[in-house]
Design a binder for this molecule. Structure first.
Ligand SMILES: Cc1ncc(COP(=O)(O)O)c(C=O)c1O
Length: 367
């Protein structure tokens, strides 16, 4: 079994061999051993953000968006009003979820290369007392921007509103501490910085908020209150759990803790990010964001200037050398993205940069 090709993507990403191997066993969803795994995962996820005293971890089947939608649907009352500061595609997705669920919505719109500003959130909350919640994307994965979670959390708490954080691509790598960063809910998924396979996500919800959330949800399957109550009562998932994913996620978290937990994960990704941006700059490929707002998670690069450049052939050639790139998500300029996450093997990020260098030469795209 080989790890190649390596995924330079923000999830699914390349998992370790131990994580893959932990999926080779079947589990009964009612079995006590399996339910102990679920319980352990829930506790460890709370510990990563120091939230055991104040919050509950509610896992949910499906990709990250399912849990974002479940969190908004369950934790924002139907009469609620959500403010979404938006600087990328995942913020826009939250706004769309609010529209679909019929929650009142306001947005603050930024350019895709600008971080959210806490002052703007403060002004919007002061101007509109009807706003009940702010939904913030911590790392906007469509570009790689790091939004200022701590400053926004302080403003939202000062105004007595609820904060829902999409921490999909930051949880487990970037520091979040529930004891000093107030939030009602934080959402992330198995296949991101904790390096499990995709297939489940989870919401770290403030216990007092979750207790009051009965009957809010528009949906049976995505009702986090119901999922929580059932799990507390039975230790089981309400409906069929993704058993292999849960077992592999447990193994990935075990490895994460053995590696040194969050500080070690952040250090590894930051090192990957430096190697990547430095190496690509030497190849004439410039990153899109100013370094002050670049999260060490995923990097957007301007495409090579050559008129011969086409993402598809560039992608295919890099794939042939063992690495999977990610397309850009900007509408106005041609870009591509490279993730800093996952198990990149012995040669690490330097191997990925070398593959891109060889492809630029092969396709005659060098600057
Ligand atoms: C910040 C953020 N939010 C939400 C999602 C949506 O997750 P999914 O594609 O797993 O539904 C992602 C996925 O990468 C993400 O990066």
């Amino acid at each position: 079994m080989s790890n190649a090709p390596y995924l330079l993507t923000p999830g699914p990403l390349t998992t370790s061999m131990a994580t893959k191997q932990s999926m080779l066993r079947d589990w009964g969803s009612w079995d006590a051993d399996f339910n102990r795994i679920t319980g352990r995962i829930r506790e460890r996820l709370l510990d990563i953000v120091h939230a055991r005293e104040s919050h509950e971890c509610v896992p949910l089947q499906g990709s990250g968006t399912f849990s974002v939608e479940a969190a908004i649907g369950t934790l924002v009352p139907r009469s609620g009003h959500v403010l979404v500061p938006q600087n990328g595609a995942y913020c826009q997705r939250i706004a769309r979820i609010c529209r679909v669920l019929g929650r009142a919505l306001s947005t603050i719109d930024y350019a895709e290369d600008a971080a959210v500003r806490a002052e703007d959130v403060e002004r919007a909350l002061a101007a509109n007392p009807a706003i009940t919640h702010v939904a913030l994307v911590h790392c906007e994965t469509s570009t790689g921007i790091l939004n200022p979670l701590q400053a926004v959390a302080e403003v939202v708490a000062r105004h007595g509103r609820g904060l829902i954080v999409d921490a999909m691509s930051s949880f487990g790598a970037l520091e979040i501490d529930a004891r000093s960063t107030p939030f009602d809910a934080l959402i992330a998924a198995s296949g991101k910085c904790l390096e499990g396979p995709p297939g489940m996500a989870f919401v770290i919800a403030r216990r007092s908020v979750l207790e009051r959330a009965e009957g809010n949800s528009h949906s049976l399957a995505m009702d986090l209150h119901d999922q929580w109550i059932y799990m507390q009562k039975t230790t089981q998932w309400r409906y069929t759990p993704p058993t292999h994913v849960v077992a592999a996620f447990d193994s990935a978290i075990e490895q994460y803790l053995a590696e040194g937990g969050r500080p070690a994960r952040e250090a590894r990704y930051a090192d990957n990010c430096r190697t990547l941006i430095g190496g690509m700059a030497r190849l004439g490929l410039k990153s899109f964001l100013p370094s002050a707002i670049q999260a060490p998670i995923i990097v957007t690069f301007h495409a090579p200037h050559s008129t011969r450049y086409q993402f598809k052939s560039f992608y295919d050639a890099v794939k042939a050398r063992g690495y999977i790139l990610y397309p850009g998500k900007l509408t106005t300029i041609e870009t591509f993205r490279v993730g800093c996450m996952g198990q990149l093997g012995e040669r690490g990020m330097a191997g990925a940069v070398a593959a891109v260098a060889a492809v630029l030469a092969d396709l005659d795209l060098a600057a």
